[in-house]
Design a protein around this ligand. Structure first.
Ligand code: TPP
Ligand code: MG
Length: 401
């Protein structure tokens, strides 16, 4: 019946908004389909939100134009292709660093980053490639960093977990679980002085959420009503320890701020993430203080990969689990096609162009040079001159020029 309704809409026999109930395998999702207008927009219904300490929340109805929808798709597809390339580089032993891939979680970074302003700060854990890319570090520079090349985002000296972009206020990845949360609160304080309506998006995992420093950060953020958007990416996994339900007393991360309001969002639905982030950012910019967004999500490639070894749950091993059928790209693709905002040919062209661009970035990165040896002792201190740095043994010293 629903497929027939789509067909009728496609043939322009159906001239009013239709709420379709289409089985996605992992969820039943309502898509409101509106006849195409001159501006080529459609009205879609996001998945529902859950609210904590809020009387009202974001709307579940969202108007999307063809270019907006395809732009979201393009960004998610770019991250997917970049991560797939990184996975391949690691499996083939070209890459030696430990790498935490973002495959499966693309809607989180894209939905958030499309809803905030360029001067808003962002700070994240080590699972950072998507955020770094959306904050202006090119795919080539990210892949080059993974390979330890001098063209990498951190000149090949940081690796996957340490990529930053000061000019776009991306304060990078933290390998120490949860360490970015209090730092994010500090950045919010600094940003408030520098630009009163700027916010700091502070992203952490469900594993980090149980740390004491997170609650200390919540306390100060609320006490001083700082402009922080805490985002907990709840992938229900924290390293090879497996399912977080073994480690946490409450999995409702959006309620864990006690006196800080929160919103639960389906992190597979990029439109829901974007809508909730717009709403939350407005709330914070209006001076009401911090807010928590929990994004329900899951990753596909295990906790991390090092060379060809995957640590933690991997999608291939979990094919039968409904959790792993939740794919943000499949969902958005479905929404764009059923609303007729895009044709499958439109999306194929996007896919092909991105695959081509990423392949070129892989080629460039693999052919880029490694850092010179004297780069080993630069970028240790800020503005350091004539400073002596000890080498690998007590007899070797290096001096900053
Ligand atoms: C302070 C600290 N403790 C332990 C570790 C080891 N460790 C690395 S990742 C990780 C799991 C974190 O899980 P979560 O915060 O949910 O992030 P996810 O990897 O799921 O994105 C742990 C325990 C660490 N890096 N830092
Ligand atoms: Mg986790």
């Amino acid at each position: 019946m629903e497929m027939a309704a789509i067909g009728m809409s496609k043939n322009r026999q159906l001239h009013f908004v239709t709420h379709l109930y289409i089985r996605q395998g992992y969820a039943e999702l309502k898509s409101g389909v509106k006849p195409q207008t001159a501006e080529n927009t459609a009205t879609l219904k996001t998945t529902n939100f859950k609210l904590y300490k809020l009387d009202s929340g974001p709307s579940t109805t969202v108007n999307v134009s063809k270019s907006e929808g395809e732009n979201l798709y393009r960004e998610m597809k770019t991250i997917r292709a970049m991560e797939t390339a990184a996975f391949g580089m690691s499996k083939s032993h070209q890459q030696h660093f430990v790498t935490h891939l973002y495959t499966g979680q693309e809607a989180c970074a894209v939905g958030i980053m499309k809803a905030i302003r360029p001067y808003d700060a962002v700070i994240t854990s080590y699972r950072l490639h998507g955020y770094a890319y959306l904050k202006g570090v090119s795919v080539h520079r990210i892949l080059a960093e993974l390979l330890g090349r001098q063209t990498g985002g951190s000149k090949g000296k940081g690796g996957s977990m340490h990529i930053y972009n000061k000019s776009s206020h991306y304060y990078g990845g933290f390998a120490i679980v949860g360490a970015q949360v209090p730092v994010g609160v500090g950045i919010a304080l600094a940003r408030r002085f520098a630009k009163p309506d700027a916010i700091c998006v502070t992203v952490y995992g469900d594993g980090a959420a149980n740390q004491g420093q997170v609650f200390e950060a919540f306390n100060l953020a609320k006490l001083w009503n700082l402009p922080v958007l805490f985002v907990c990416e709840n992938n229900k996994r924290s390293r090879q320890e497996g399912d977080t339900s073994r480690l946490t007393s409450s999995d409702d991360m959006y309620t864990r701020g006690h006196y800080i309001p929160g919103i639960w969002v389906d992190g597979i639905d990029v439109l829901a993430v974007q809508t909730a982030t717009y709403w939350a950012a407005d709330y914070i910019r209006s001076g009401k203080g911090p807010l928590i967004i929990e994004l329900d999500t899951s990753y596909f490639h295990g906790h991390l990969i090092v060379k060809d070894k995957i640590i933690g749950d991997h999608k291939e091993d979990k094919k039968k689990s409904p959790e792993y059928e939740r794919d943000p790209l499949t969902l958005l693709r479905h929404q764009l096609l059923t609303t007729e905002l895009s044709s499958s040919e439109d999306l194929q062209i996007i896919d092909d162009n991105i695959d081509d661009d990423v392949a070129k970035s892989v080629y460039r990165a693999t052919h880029d040079a490694e850092p010179e040896l004297n780069e080993m002792y630069t970028n240790i201190y800020d503005n350091a001159q004539n400073m002596t740095v000890r080498g690998c043994d007590v007899f070797t010293n290096y001096t900053y020029e």
